[in-house]
Write a protein that binds this ligand. Structure first.
Ligand code: ATP
Length: 323
């Protein structure tokens, strides 16, 4: 369990994290979403004691990281998979970390097996592919068999097989009763992986809810309706409080009434229904709706190169969401 209360981090004039409160519970994968610069990495660094909060607190199983008697047995983290000495072999690297954390050597073989690196354990890490680095980073996180795991963008740059592997591993870890907290900007991936989401923008909490509720809340969730008496039905739906958009093919998109309500209303009015389809917004679309006011930089600003990058990412996310 990770508990944040009014967690705040300021760097000079920049407030990176602003009064965040949340509980990350065991048993499910919790996704951590937010636009670039939202404060995800800063939050994870504070959970791991790598940055001190300017205000508030964050604990793992009731204790601040620095007060954990055996941190590697309490929390495992994948932050920057490439932060490994390239001249070491995978085995040596893990052995070195295990020794530092008082973890028995046999655990090294176990985690190498778990992440599928046994065959290359004697190879120098400097020659590893990105996917192999990620696997080694995960092996390192698992060394102490901790009940709490943090993954910062774990699928970045991985091929579909690697993504599938990490997704399954995270779900298995959560199903085994662990707390699994994973940040990602890949919305589709998160939709497949996480059961719960924490969304932040400009360092502030935007949403903390099951992923299904998050997408349902988006205005882009609607019911698609086809009726031979579309005009009459549209009028009745609007009178009942629905917001109806008439499409070129004569069908209707309805927001504000759910499918059973629309079906009951059509029956009551004896109007035909040829199609009644609830359409849930994609996670990208819901994410864009909720974070569009939280993007740190706006196009009317005199955009510096870094700001361009942020805008490009947001536009790319928006485009994906409307596909
Ligand atoms: N060491 C630092 N010194 C000054 N400002 C910082 C520092 N670390 C982060 N920031 C600022 O804090 C804000 C949040 O950054 P953070 O890296 O936590 O966001 P993020 O959500 O992880 O973004 P990204 O997905 O781009 O990594 C940004 O405005 C960033 O520039």
């Amino acid at each position: 369990m990770i508990t944040a209360r009014d967690l705040t981090k300021r760097y000079g004039d920049t407030t990176a994290v602003n009064g965040l409160s949340f509980d990350i519970k065991p048993g499910v994968v919790t996704g951590f979403l937010g636009p670039n610069g939202a404060g995800k990495s800063t939050t994870m660094r504070m959970i791991l004691g790598l940055d001190a909060p300017s205000g508030g607190s964050v604990t793992v199983n009731g204790k601040a990281y620095r007060d954990l008697p055996a941190p590697m047995r309490e929390v495992g983290a994948l932050l920057d998979a490439k932060a490994v000495h390239g001249a070491r072999t995978a085995y040596r690297h893990l052995q070195w970390v295990a020794q530092a954390g008082g973890i028995p050597r046999k655990r090294v073989d176990e985690v190498l097996d778990t992440v599928g690196l046994t065959d290359v354990a004697g190879k120098k890490v400097g020659n590893f592919s990105l996917g192999m680095y990620q696997r080694l980073g995960i092996a390192t996180a698992l060394l102490g068999d901790p009940p709490t795991l943090l993954f910062d963008e774990p699928v970045n740059g991985l091929d579909p097989e690697g993504i599938y592997w990490i997704r399954t591993l995270m779900q298995d870890l959560a199903a085994g009763g662990r707390t699994v907290f994973v940040s990602s900007h890949l919305m589709n991936e998160m939709e497949e992986t996480a059961a719960h989401v924490i969304v932040i923008g400009r360092g502030e909490l935007i949403a903390d809810m099951p992923i299904a509720d998050f997408t349902q809340r988006s205005a882009r969730s609607h019911v698609h309706v086809v009726s031979p008496q579309a005009a009459e039905l549209a009028e009745a739906l609007e009178r009942a409080g629905g917001k109806v958009t008439k499409l070129d093919d004569g069908s209707l998109n309805v927001v504000g009434l759910d499918a059973p309500e629309i079906g009951d209303l059509a029956l009551e009015r004896r109007l035909g229904l040829h199609e009644l389809t609830p359409v849930r917004a994609s996670l990208e679309a819901a994410f864009m709706d909720l974070t569009k006011d939280s993007v740190q930089y706006r196009s009317h600003n005199a955009a510096a190169p870094e700001e361009h990058k942020v805008l490009e990412t947001v536009r790319a996310l928006a485009a994906e969401g409307t596909e």
